[in-house]
Design a protein around this ligand. Structure first.
Ligand code: FAD
Length: 383
């Protein structure tokens, strides 16, 4: 594969256009793409099999969904480059080398060729090869530039239930992880080996290396029910490098609108605690979606940064069902104003993020003023 020493910013628009045209095909046949990819990958690099275990539903990490997420952002190259850099940094925890990326590139092209059938013409194949090489370049460059530990270990030192499906978990890391307020990291717990999930510490990094998390169990989730119900003091967690760009809002000169649903309050709690150390914290509105007063109290106590500050207005949005909450949140937030001149941070479950970000864009809030972390890759997301 022709690997050029240049990144995603240098890609030729005509080639990018060829890559973009594959999107409908990938969207329609994402599971098939993923299956083909893994077969081809394990033929080339059998040692990688343990990194991508089959989950209890018989699925592996959904490559097709990740690709779609990236394809949706081809017109936002800055955001794309940031995400690729984070992916590269995160992959350090697996100890991947350039040769592994090369094998994955060949497997991807093989899977894409299968999906395209006779339309896999040389220019399309060349455009994909270039795009993959550029993406790999950015991922490896970010991984090489990262000075923090590739993988951390932490011991659970406290775990208590904060509600029926909520838990506060405190982890003591062996070495402090240099996370910035609002960042998240992927964790692997002994009860679910090989299934990494993102969690956001609720407070800025502490010199003693203690991380606090607020976790909700999803009824049909693979990992979160175990996190909430089966975590024990003394468990050892593996922790990936800190990721995400929410800390970028810390230096903003605009007023802030912070929107959380459920445990989305966790990174906002860390951001608010950090903003409070500024001489001139911005006027900030925090809307928190929860099922009930009781749940709201539990969330705020698990995320103590969100407590009263003179510059912070906290507005609860209560709606009993998860389905209704995004609509209630959007309805309440837009009842009063348009927020076009605010920086906006959106944190919460996939549906909430999708609905709220869509509404913010429709209301004229510029894309660059909306900050949110990537969604879990197993989620259908439209820009
Ligand atoms: C950047 C980031 C930070 C996160 N921080 C936290 C945190 O601090 N605390 C926390 O509890 N969780 C957090 N999450 C969510 C967490 O990483 C897992 O996605 C969540 O716990 C579900 O994992 P699971 O294995 O139980 O469910 P899975 O088996 O992976 O997923 C089951 C289904 O639920 C959907 N889903 C995923 N997350 C949610 C959600 N939150 N609400 C509703 N449906 C969902 C998935 O798309 C999938 O369809 C964060 C996610 C991201 C991307």
């Amino acid at each position: 594969m022709a690997a050029r020493n240049r990144g995603i910013h240098a890609l030729d628009p005509a080639q990018l256009d060829l890559v973009r045209r594959s999107r409908p095909r990938i969207e329609q046949r994402r599971a098939e793409l993923t299956d083909r990819f893994y077969v081809a990958l394990f033929e080339r690099a059998p040692g990688l099999r343990t990194l991508f275990p089959v989950d209890p539903h018989g699925r592996r990490a959904p490559l097709g969904d990740t690709l779609i997420w990236l394809l949706q952002r081809l017109d936002h190259r800055e955001e794309l480059a940031r995400r690729l850099a984070d992916l590269g940094r995160d992959h350090r925890k697996h100890g991947l080398t350039g040769a592994h990326y090369e094998s994955a590139g060949h497997a991807l092209l093989e899977a894409l060729a299968h999906l395209h059938g006779p339309t896999w013409a040389p220019p399309v194949a060349a455009a994909w090869a270039e795009a993959y090489a550029a993406a790999t370049h950015d991922m490896l460059a970010a991984a090489a530039a990262d000075r923090g530990p590739a993988l951390g270990l932490g011991r659970v030192v406290d775990h208590h239930r904060a509600g029926a499906d909520l838990a506060c978990i405190v982890v003591q890391t062996l070495e402090p992880l240099p996370h910035r307020p609002g960042q998240y990291l992927s964790v692997e717990i002994p009860q679910r080996p090989g299934l990494w999930r993102s969690l956001s510490p609720t407070e800025p990094a502490r010199p003693d290396g203690v991380l606090r998390f607020c976790v909700r169990a999803l009824r049909h989730g693979l990992v979160s029910p175990a996190l909430v119900a089966q975590t024990r003091v003394g468990d050892t967690w593996r922790l990936g490098p800190p990721l995400g760009r929410l800390p970028d809002v810390l230096g903003t000169r605009r007023d802030l609108l912070l929107l959380a649903s459920g445990t989305g309050i966790a990174p906002l709690s860390a951001l608010i605690a950090a903003l409070d150390t500024r001489d001139d914290p911005p006027r900030t509105h925090l809307y928190v979606g929860a099922r009930s007063e009781t749940e709201l109290r539990a969330l705020v106590s698990a995320a103590p940064g969100a407590r009263h500050r003179p510059w912070l207005t906290l507005a609860p949005v209560l709606s009993p069902t998860d389905d209704e909450r995004p609509r209630s949140l959007v309805g309440t937030v837009f009842r009063r104003r348009s927020w076009r001149h605010h920086d906006v941070v959106v944190c919460g479950p996939p549906r909430m993020q999708k609905e709220v970000v869509g509404r913010l864009l429709a209301a004229g809030v510029p894309h660059g003023q909306i900050h949110s972390d990537p969604l879990p890759t197993s989620t259908e997301i439209q820009p």
